[in-house]
Design a protein around this ligand. Sequence first.
Ligand code: SAM
Ligand code: CA
Length: 220
Amino acid sequence: MLNKNLGLDDQLHQYVLSVSVKEPEVLAELRQETSNYTGFRMQITPEQGQFLAFLIKLIKAKKALEIGVFTGYSSLVTAIALPEDGKLIACDIDENYTQIARKYWEKAGVSEKINLHIAPALETLDQLLAQGEAETFDFAFIDADKRNYPNYYEKCLQLIRKGGLIAIDNVLWSGKVADPEINDKQTLAIRDFNSKIYQDDRVNLSLIPIADGLTLVIKK
Ligand code: SAM
Ligand code: CA
């Protein structure tokens, strides 16, 4: 019996994409523009974007949080998936790449739903908590500096409601987390984070081996 992942070679991966991914034109354009920049690999994949949109709709999220915007692919996915009166608080420190994000939010007609905070995300999250917004968010996506993952996770856990969902990206870190010989700072940070979250009884968890690994937790 097949009791582990099938493992996707390029041919099978292309097949999966060909029978499942329906990337809206505006997202395809943003992907194309981002491919001109050195950090283009930071962008989430189309199948991951579609999966996040699926989850957002499934839980009927209205209020969302994003940590790590870059050129805006995941935030655009989120904003499109939210209802008309939905809100996304988006956090990043980079003025330049987020200008591209703003351009595409405008183009897709969703900029009204998005509030971009240019500041270290921990400051923005603390500000939201200070404003009494604990337990008011339905969904959070964590995809910024890896060493702060435990801090982002703790703050997001306070900010989302019971039954709310947190998605954390890059938890497989190109497979390095499973290799005991690899112990650079970022690999160690993600490996520690994965162990910590596995032992966290405040949530139900699932690690999805999509793209670079996506952990999903539901707040109990
Ligand atoms: N989710 C994005 C997408 O789909 O294209 C990719 C995000 S990229 C992997 C990480 C982003 O985190 C970068 O744009 C970077 O500027 C931002 N970042 C790094 N440190 C940060 C911090 N302390 N606070 C907020 N954002 C930060
Ligand atoms: Ca990522």
